[in-house]
Unconditional design. Structure first.
Length: 640
């Protein structure tokens, strides 16, 4: 009997229920979704509001360029009207009776006028492009800057709110869409002005021709909008498939999945899933191509028939002597100009609508972000050197959680003390430390620095006095030296200081061994970039905390990935702070906390024991139990 082990995974068929589950809707489809759902009438209803928004950002960013684009576009439209009227004049003269040289001579002034109008219009087109090219990068800068001013200032709580984090992703796309929205709006404006120009010219020549113009252009324009609608609808219906494709593409091409893909022989499995999803997508794309071709063909056919009708009407009017030959010929030119302007306009309407949705996300996000900005109680003052931190009746409950992570906790820490926070996973140590560091605000109670609540001090000045080495540290994509220097960017980057901080964290020798020493770029995404091991990263992170040399240093699990020698070196460095600087140390390696002035034991968010190592061992409580448990592992040798 053959078992699954006998079959090579390369040849195994993929069971149906292995297909990827549906992913949550993706932000970049916002515009598409809204466009597909709005229908053509909905688009027209929302368009004015979006246009006003686009003009408002452009105006705020650069009034001169915005006004230039608008004025020059209108002027170009006026030139287009002149051009058409001049065309008609030329034709009137050319179709008049008499010898040809005389007719050409008579048409010459109008011909010169036509040449001038065309040249000026061309120059204005260049001027609009120039002003627009100068405007959009500035819009981009302004919009992006505003976004990141908010994302870097909001309280950490914002990142716990799913809607906020998702909104941030969308807003990033929205900030890019701002340029497109401004460009689309200006192009739409140009299209509408061209249409108006043709309309005015045609009305001047003969009012009846306006009707002819409408009949000849509306079916094609409607077909273009409908085809656009079909495309959006099809795109939306393929959204789940596309997300699956996207995940599969990542899984098959990324560095992180590469080792398991090979060791479990997942190549065939993933390729088969890819074929399946891609096959379905291709079928949908082909069906769409058929529908779009039919719609545009129908539109063109109707437009062609209408145009035939218009030409017949022109013929009848001509024969009847109601319009001169020149006017009829100009009408033919005008219809062609109107069709070009209409193609531009319909295309831009779709784009303004779709890009406008993204920009709406951006605007909405900024409005929500304001509610997450840190509040201030009165004028904030600059904190003096730490004398005492008091935590009074502090609780913290995370959103969507019933149980508080920290529950009515009160402690006082005096300057120079080394405090160890210990307790089982999830007991609330990191949450408490985050509140002491001013990174999170308590749900109730107060954390005070020298007797005044943290929120009463200037946030930046307060944070400058605190160094935090986080359990979930960030791997900054900069050189090793910069990664450490970031601990105190206010001070000049001094290599000696950086190296001393690195030495305290057992990172100096290790960094010297890197290909470019302290200048080694710590990110493989970049050319010549290197990655570090978990423990090596932890040393760099601790060095950053030492460099800051704050009144208070909070170290959350700084040694979880360190080898015994590095760990010993790190804790010796922490001990040198004792008596002069304040340190809060969170660790599960209890052998490292025996020197602490006080050990605070947390359980389910509450403080259950406090005292020195000897006191807690004598008390024989939870700490003694955990310490004995851990030290037993070191004492007992291999089983006989
Ligand atoms: N951002 C968050 N959102 C929701 N709940 C959270 C968040 N961070 C922590 N928690 C929850 O709060 C509780 C306390 O977590 P905390 O990280 O403070 O514990 P800890 O004692 O530091 O744990 P560990 O020893 O594992 O680091 C846990 O139940 C955890 O699941």
């Amino acid at each position: 009997m053959s078992t699954s082990r006998d079959r090579a995974p390369e040849n195994a068929d993929v069971p149906d229920d292995f297909v990827l589950p549906e992913l949550r809707p993706i932000w970049w489809e916002t515009g598409v979704r809204a466009r597909a759902e709005a229908g053509i009438l909905g688009v027209f209803a929302e368009l004015p509001g979006l246009i006003v928004k686009a003009i408002a950002i452009a105006w705020r960013t650069d009034r001169i360029r915005t006004a230039t684009v608008a004025a020059v576009t209108v002027a170009a439209g006026v030139m287009a009207t002149f051009g058409l009227l001049a065309t008609q004049r030329v034709l009137v003269e050319l179709f008049a009776g008499g010898p040809t040289p005389d007719r050409v001579r008579a048409a010459l002034p109008a011909l010169l006028l036509l040449g001038a109008a065309t040249a000026i219009r061309g120059a204005m087109g260049i001027a609009t492009g120039y002003a627009l090219n100068g405007l959009t990068p500035r819009v981009n800068q302004e919009v992006e800057r505003r976004l990141f001013e908010h994302t870097t200032a909001v309280r950490l709580e914002a990142f716990d709110d799913d809607a906020f984090s998702e909104g941030m992703e969308r807003a990033t796309r929205g900030s890019e869409a701002a340029i497109e929205l401004v460009e689309d709006t200006m192009n739409l404006f140009a299209g509408v002005v061209s249409l108006l120009a043709v309309t005015v010219a045609v009305m001047v020549i003969h009012p009846l021709l306006l009707l002819a113009l409408l009949v000849a252009t509306v079916p094609t324009a409607y077909a273009a909008l409908r085809a656009g609608h079909e495309r959006f609808k099809s795109y939306l219906s393929g959204s789940t498939r596309r997300r699956r494709m996207w995940v599969l593409q990542q899984l098959m091409a990324e560095r992180v999945s590469a080792p398991e893909l090979r060791s479990y022989g997942l190549r065939h499995f993933l390729l088969q899933q890819h074929d399946r999803v891609m096959g379905a997508q291709t079928a949908v794309d082909l069906a769409l191509a058929r529908r779009v071709t039919t719609t545009t063909a129908l539109g063109s056919a109707t437009g062609g028939l209408a145009l035939g009708g218009v030409y017949t009407l022109l013929g009848v009017l001509l024969v009847d002597g109601q319009i001169p030959l020149a006017a009829a010929a100009t009408c033919v030119v005008a219809v062609q100009a109107a069709q070009r302007a209409l193609t531009q306009t319909t295309f831009q309407i779709d784009r303004v609508f779709a890009d406008g949705q993204f920009f709406n996300e951006y605007v909405g996000f900024l409005e929500r972000a304001v509610t997450y900005l840190p509040g201030r109680a009165g004028a904030a003052s600059t904190p003096e050197e730490l004398r005492e931190i008091s935590v009074r009746g502090v609780s913290l409950t995370y959103p969507d959680r019933d149980q508080p992570a920290v529950d009515d906790l009160t402690i006082t820490i005096r300057a120079g003390e080394t405090i160890a926070l210990v307790g089982e996973n999830g007991s609330g140590k990191s949450s408490l430390a985050a509140m002491i560091a001013g990174l999170r605000e308590p749900t109730s109670g107060v954390v005070a620095w020298n007797g005044r609540a943290l929120r009463e001090w200037d946030t930046d000045a307060l944070r400058a006095r605190i160094g935090v080495v986080l359990q979930e540290h960030h791997k900054w994509p900069f050189s090793a030296a910069t990664n450490i220097a970031m601990g105190d960017l206010a001070a000049p980057a001094d290599r000696g200081r950086i190296e001393r901080a690195a030495a305290l964290a057992a990172a100096h020798e290790m960094i010297l061994d890197l290909p470019h020493g302290y200048d080694t770029l710590l990110d493989r995404t970049f050319k010549d970039g290197q990655d570090l091991s978990g423990g090596q990263w932890q040393r760099v992170t601790a060095a950053r905390g030492f460099l800051r040399d704050g009144d208070l240093l909070i170290m959350d699990e700084p040694s979880s990935a360190l080898d015994p020698r590095a760990e010993d070196q790190l804790f010796q460095a922490i001990r040198t702070r004792q008596g002069t600087r304040t340190t809060i140390l969170i660790t599960h390696r209890l052998a490292n906390v025996t020197h602490a002035d006080r050990i605070l034991v947390m359980h389910d968010g509450a403080l259950t024991e406090a005292g020195s190592h000897d006191e807690l061992m004598r008390a024989n409580g939870r700490y003694a139990e955990l310490f004995t448990l851990q030290s037993k592992g070191y004492r007992s040798g291999p089983a006989a």
